[in-house]
Design a protein around this ligand. Structure first.
Ligand code: ZN
Ligand code: ZN
Length: 355
């Protein structure tokens, strides 16, 4: 049986749950291999069933061989719940954060509400297997190669949207199945927007330009940010860039198994605060990446007692954003290893002054 199935049955045992209904699309994919848009799993130590409708029967059989594919006439969730009702289980885990209120009303009309136990399965995905890491690495490589391809086209007069389109085209050509998220190309004053999705602004000499983009390879995401300058950087642009880079390098150096996620964040945040920009770094230092672009644990002051473990994949992405002036963010994707981390992003982090 797969590692993923073992993780799930161990979890059932820990929770003393006889069975679980898996409905979240990413988790259905993680535990079974089935990546279609509709399908639910019913899992117990003795049951492995994947409920799908007519569209997905063949795909389910091919991609989820460890599961028995059940073809449903109605919607897969309703069919799975009817099946569970016949099993007469006293407690069934379900993904409360995934189901809609309408779904919940339907399932509790078949199996009494007190039998449904709200469960969170996402934590089972945090430590990546070698196979998963290899896919993320491929997705990261696509970003390095795509960025190298568009570098000559980053020049005054081109629109952010055009650069985003070219970047996305190159990523597809390099094997990305889609973009991992809305591509950010934020130039000039717009670079002060941490999530400045590409717009119609034309790049101009003197701009800082933030590129934050992601690829997807076999379901697994990558994520990288680079900031470049159009023309020679001013002293202030350089000072801010160097501060972010120092914070980023210190953050990378702090990544190791056992480290508290909030402390890794604190190392980078401290450098930015010391330089006087503490108020202008308003987001966490990073996030985990996998089948979803934003996974837990996060590198954040709010991460509580979460610690890094070998095999986690996280971003390290400090930034400084000065309203109406501009901003800088630098982001690498890394794998936590026994003695620190391995960086998957290889694009240079020297400040490029493009003319
Ligand atoms: Zn990013
Ligand atoms: Zn990110």
């Amino acid at each position: 049986m797969s590692v993923q199935y073992e993780r799930l049955t161990n979890w059932l045992q820990q929770q003393t749950l006889p069975a679980v209904l898996v409905s979240k699309r990413i988790n259905v994919r993680y535990f079974s291999g089935f990546a279609g848009s509709a399908g639910v799993l019913v899992v117990s130590p003795t049951i492995r069933k994947l409920f799908v409708d007519f569209r997905y029967v063949e795909q389910a059989r091919q991609t989820a061989p460890e599961y028995e594919t059940v073809k449903c006439q109605s919607n897969p969730l309703d069919a799975a719940v009817e099946y569970l009702q016949q099993q007469n289980l006293d407690r069934i885990g379900f993904e409360a954060e995934d189901l809609t209120v309408a779904d919940f009303r339907r399932i509790t009309s078949v199996v009494a509400e007190h039998r449904w136990i709200p469960s969170v399965l996402d934590s089972l995905r945090v430590v990546k297997s070698a196979e998963e890491i290899a896919k993320i690495q491929t997705a990261a490589q696509i970003l390095d190669q795509a960025f190298a391809k568009i570098l000559p086209q980053i020049r005054p007069g081109i629109a952010e949207n055009s650069l985003a389109a070219i970047l996305e085209y190159e990523m597809r050509q390099l094997g990305s199945e889609r973009t991992g998220f809305a591509t950010i190309v934020a130039s000039g004053p717009r670079s002060a927007l941490p999530h400045g999705v590409a717009g119609d602004r034309l790049l101009a000499t003197g701009d800082l330009v933030v590129f934050d983009f992601g690829a997807v390879f076999d379901g697994y995401h990558s994520d990288m940010t680079r900031t470049v300058c159009l023309g020679p950087a001013s002293d202030r642009q350089r000072q801010i860039y160097d501060t972010v880079l120092s914070a980023q390098m210190a953050g990378l150096a702090a990544v190791r198994p056992g480290a508290l996620c909030r402390e890794v964040d604190g190392v980078a945040r401290g450098i930015i605060a010391e330089a006087g920009f503490g108020d202008f770094f308003g987001h966490g230092l990073g996030h985990s990446v996998g089948l979803a672009i934003h996974e837990s644990p996060r590198l954040s002051p709010l991460a509580g007692e979460a610690r890094l473990e070998t095999g986690m994949v996280v971003t390290v992405e400090p930034g400084i954003y000065l309203p109406e002036w501009g901003g800088v963010r630098i982001e690498d994707l890394v794998v936590v290893t026994a003695d620190g981390c391995r960086i998957l992003s290889h694009t240079t982090k020297q400040l490029l002054e493009l003319t």
